[in-house]
Design a protein around this ligand. Structure first.
Ligand code: ADP
Length: 495
């Protein structure tokens, strides 16, 4: 295994991973993946151009029929092998997540814990049913449906949970007999792509089944364009911002190319009057501050029944004050750095603008080096960016409500619809309320940040609309269904 955590020595890490080979970029260009805590270069990474992207798509297209023709048990064995290998490499993966993306140790280990689960889930998918028999109205007719892999998928992933989101993006599609070209984020090319390429190669996946191309942000559109326009790429899978997702979906629409999207969120936690407030504080705190709030499921707004609002706010602020941002290399780190200066400045501007317009800061509200202090805001109004836009940082707003209808209206006051949480002493009421929330996922008495690899993860509206992640959603997204009907006995036709 390459020593990914000593890449400063290694530099220009390994190259692009195309057709089972580490391949240099044609122009010899490279870019830096930076450690967000220190600003130092974590890795120099090869810059792909149009011809490398084309080569990766070609390799995937060539490998696909042979891969799909393997017995399911042979495909499954490679996923089990990858899971075992991963467990042996978990510490290297976690250290790389800490250094490349500023993940706290706990977050990095949590992310790693999902990988073997997802790989084994994918192994099981290889033998799931791929067809059905339907009754017919016509005597002697046999209706069957068959599902076959779509072919090559193009996968683009972000930096916040780079390892898990890339794994999630590829494994179910591969298990179903597809092949893939993966482009990880420019902020996480190693943990979101190159280490995965190495893992899959070592686990025995044949050449061309998984190809990884890396680019800087400026060159990302080269990959996006190729995935959209190249007829060999049958489905585009994207996890990232609503802006880029919208662009890709718009470009795919006129050529009817399917896109699978997971975009932003503006996720509420509703605290009911009968909630255990200490539990509600823990739920809101975890939902907001895990990974500095840089998660599509992060809880941006806590809506609290007015009768318990003051006490809840006091308890949340008291807890939040205990967490001082620290270097994520320290095992006790909960709040680490933001991913880059651009992200930090964005959060700063949002808070400053809210405060200038009348919002109240109860704790935090400042940046220190690469960190932004965990921040609790109240007196937030509907015209403020902190209420409208995804915050993607360690800042939470707390707002009182008087009626359940008002709580629902405020929770739904957004075009997004990814995740929500409801904290109540009455789970039945929580479930009934959940049905009124415009979100793909609602957690009663748990935080907005929750995922299980086998569950139908996905959002509504600006969070991505149709399509679900996870094994069941993958069957819909990454196979073509055909109805094949056979008339076994002669049929009397009308003329
Ligand atoms: P963020 O701002 O959180 O990085 P983005 O949506 O910008 O979210 O990035 C998510 C992924 O989309 C990254 O892999 C990034 O390189 C990629 N990306 C950004 N712009 C484009 C584009 N025009 N075409 C294709 N991919 C893009």
């Amino acid at each position: 295994m390459l020593d990914w955590n000593a890449t400063r020595a290694l530099n220009i890490s390994a190259g692009l991973f195309i057709d089972g080979q580490w391949t240099p970029g044609e122009a010899g260009a490279s870019f830096s993946s930076l450690d967000p805590t220190t600003g130092e270069v974590f890795a120099r990474v090869t810059e792909a151009g149009a011809s490398e992207v084309d080569g990766a798509i070609e390799a995937a297209a060539r490998a696909q029929p042979g891969w799909a023709a393997l017995p399911p048990a042979a495909r499954a064995a490679m996923f089990y092998a990858a899971a075992e290998l991963f467990i042996g490499r978990q510490d290297q993966f976690a250290q790389a997540l800490i250094r490349e993306t500023g993940s706290g140790y706990g977050k990095a280990m949590f992310e790693c814990s999902q990988i073997p689960i997802a790989l084994r889930e994918a192994a099981g998918l290889a033998t799931r049913d791929i067809g059905e028999i339907l009754p017919s109205q016509v005597p002697g007719k046999y209706n069957r449906t068959y599902r076959t892999p779509v072919g090559v998928i193009g996968v683009i992933t972000p930096w916040n949970f780079p390892l898990y989101l890339s794994i999630r993006g590829i494994v179910y599609a591969l298990a179903l007999g597809n092949t893939a070209v993966l482009k990880p984020s420019e902020d996480s090319p190693v943990t979101g792509g190159l280490m995965i390429a190495e893992l899959f190669a070592d686990a025995g996946f044949p050449a061309g089944v998984l190809n990884v191309v890396t680019t800087s942000r400026d060159r990302a559109p080269i990959v996006g364009d190729a995935f959209v326009k190249d007829p060999r790429v049958k489905v585009v899978s994207f996890t990232g911002s609503t802006k880029v997702g919208q662009m890709l979906a718009t470009a795919c629409a006129p050529i009817f190319k399917p896109v699978v999207l997971e975009l932003g969120g503006k996720n509420p936690t509703i605290v009911m009057e009968d909630a255990d407030l200490d539990r509600a504080v823990d739920i809101a705190f975890f939902g907001k501050f895990l990974h500095q709030g840089q998660i599509c499921m992060s809880c941006d707004k806590v809506l609290v029944a007015r009768s318990v609002y003051d006490l809840f706010l006091e308890k949340l602020v008291a807890k939040t004050r205990n967490f001082v941002p620290t270097n994520p290399a320290e095992q006790t780190c909960v709040i680490g750095p933001l991913i880059n200066g651009r992200a930090l400045q964005r959060v700063e501007a949002m808070v400053n603008e809210a405060v200038a317009a009348g919002a109240k800061v109860h704790c935090g509200g400042n940046s220190r080096g690469p960190y932004y202090e965990p921040t609790v805001l109240s007196a937030v109004t509907r015209d403020m960016a902190v209420w409208i836009d995804e915050i993607f940082g360690p800042v939470v707003t707390v707002t009182p409500f008087d009626t359940i209808g008002e709580a629902v209206a405020m929770a739904n006051d957004t075009p997004y619809g990814l995740s929500a949480s409801i904290v109540t002493g009455n789970p039945m009421l929580g479930e009934m309320l959940a049905e009124r929330i415009h979100a793909g996922m609602v957690h009663v008495n748990d935080s907005t940040v929750h995922d299980e690899p086998h569950a139908p993860f996905g959002g509504l509206g600006a969070s991505g609309g149709g399509g679900k992640w996870g094994p069941k959603g993958a069957i819909e997204a990454y196979t073509v269904q055909r109805w094949i009907a056979t008339q076994r006995e002669p049929r009397t036709l009308p003329f």
